[in-house]
Design a protein around this ligand. Structure first.
Ligand SMILES: [Zn+2]
Ligand SMILES: [Zn+2]
Length: 451
């Protein structure tokens, strides 16, 4: 599947040939990417035999761009359409109100859902779909994130972010002519979500070396292709050309597909995502606006790359193990720090996740030793990481924000996200390595001094 191939605008998904030991699924999903696809939507849906009674979910902004056309085309083709138009003055939130509106638009004989929109609308449909047992399809209207093929719905319950397991669309239609009309900020967000994959890959390699984590080279190949695809198209993305947008959405879809292939997000999300999630959660608690997902990930990626520079420059041959041992927290100290950083309610939830406790001192020493013995190998495996200046140059060319301050993230949130982002879940990253080496705070301070 390393090369993108189409048959009549339909992406061909093949079985992955890989002997990494992980289970590889072929997503049961029809993905179309191309031009003038909306008019073919009724036919695409019919091929999938989803039924004829559909609830179309969109918001007032997307309705004008594509929603109205979709409804008209479906009605003309004989579909019984009920429209769930989520009308908002502010940006739409994936919360209990929106979910309730969709449920109240559905009837007992509704056969499937169709979302017309990008991240938020897809997530709303994804969750209602899984809760009601009705399939859903999706018309993607912006190349703003890699979640069209995700199986998790990030939603809001009260003011709290909740990640709910959910399904993926049976049909995904990405019409480039519509996607190119989305605001540049949305493409910048999409690009940020893709650039973050450099970090996800580097952290996964560290996890493989240090903890023998299962690692899928075929998924990494997909991610490489996705990233290369987008990085090679910066000028076109910025100018909003059809080719640029096509490459961006292809990159996002390819990256997202790895989640369906191996059933988890290891290949696409690590500390850059944790930092973005942290900013979002804390901003929600403070009742302030937060940057969009991909934009946050893109900015966080710059900080994590700087942090990687610290790691790769470090001399690990002369560590004082006694001093590192003395710095170790007790479980209670760590719990208190995490609850302080995330707020008590969220912090408690994170700590209660499986395997999200402190590792033993013996385990810490083992990991330190493995790092010390493998630094040469780590250096050579991580040569794919771009330098900070290369990423700065990319963001300049795209017109993307680069600092936390530019996207409204204050210094205290930034620092705290770098210190506690690793506690968001149990997923080994360079920040875990740094903490276990007793160097986390020092390196965070160095990165922040330099910005
Ligand atoms: Zn993402
Ligand atoms: Zn594999």
């Amino acid at each position: 599947m390393a090369n993108i191939t189409y048959q009549d605008d339909k992406l061909l998904l093949e079985q992955i040939a890989c002997d990494c030991g992980l289970q590889h699924g072929v997503p049961d999903m029809d993905i179309y990417i191309g031009r003038s696809l909306l008019e073919r939507l009724p036919e695409y849906l019919r091929q999938r035999q989803l039924g004829s009674r559909v609830v179309v979910i969109t918001d007032n902004v997307v309705y004008e761009v594509a929603g109205r056309t979709v409804v008209e085309l479906l009605r003309a083709a004989g579909y019984a359409v009920k429209l769930c138009l989520l009308e908002r003055d502010e940006p739409l939130l994936p919360n209990e109100t929106a979910l309730g509106e969709v449920l109240l638009t559905m009837e007992t004989d509704t056969e499937f859902l169709l979302s017309v929109g990008s991240g938020t609308l897809t997530d709303i449909a994804r969750y209602v779909s899984v809760c009601t047992g009705k399939p859903f399809a999706c018309v993607g209207t912006a190349a703003s994130m890699d979640g069209y093929t995700s199986v998790v719905a990030p939603l809001l319950h009260g003011k709290q972010k909740v990640n709910k397991p959910a399904g993926y669309p049976a049909v995904l239609v990405c019409d480039i002519e519509i996607m190119k009309t989305a605001p540049l900020e949305m493409m910048i967000a999409g690009f940020g979500d893709v650039v973050g994959k450099y970090i996800a890959k580097a952290d996964w390699i560290l996890g493989r070396i240090v903890n023998q984590e299962p690692y899928c080279p075929a998924c990494v190949e997909l991610i490489d292709e996705a990233v290369g695809h987008c990085v090679g198209a910066i000028a076109g993305i910025r100018a909003g050309t059809e080719e640029g947008i096509q490459r961006l959405i292809e990159g996002l879809v390819l990256a997202g597909l790895t989640v369906l292939v191996i059933g988890h997000t290891r290949a696409v999300a690590s500390m850059e995502h944790n930092m973005g999630h942290y900013w979002e959660m804390l901003k929600l608690q403070r009742e302030e606006d937060h940057p969009s997902h991909g934009t946050a990930v893109g900015v966080a990626t710059g900080y994590v790359l700087r942090f990687y520079e610290q790691f790769l420059q470090a001399d690990l041959d002369h560590l004082d193990l006694e001093a590192i041992k003395n710095q170790r927290w007790t479980e209670a100290q760590r719990e208190e720090a995490v609850m302080q950083a995330y707020g008590r309610a969220v912090g408690r939830k994170l700590l209660d996740q499986e395997d999200n406790g402190l590792i033993s001192w013996e385990e810490q020493v083992r990991r330190i030793r493995v790092l010390q013995e493998n630094m040469a190998a780590i250096h050579s495996e991580l040569t794919f990481l771009p330098s900070v200046s290369e990423v700065v140059a990319m963001y300049d060319r795209l017109g993307a924000p680069q600092t936390a301050a530019e996207i409204g993230i204050e210094g205290d949130l930034l620092r705290s996200s770098m210190l506690y982002g690793k506690d968001y879940r149990n997923r080994y990253s360079v920040f875990n390595a740094a903490w276990e080496l007793g160097l986390l705070e020092q390196w965070v301070d160095r990165v922040l001094e330099k910005q």
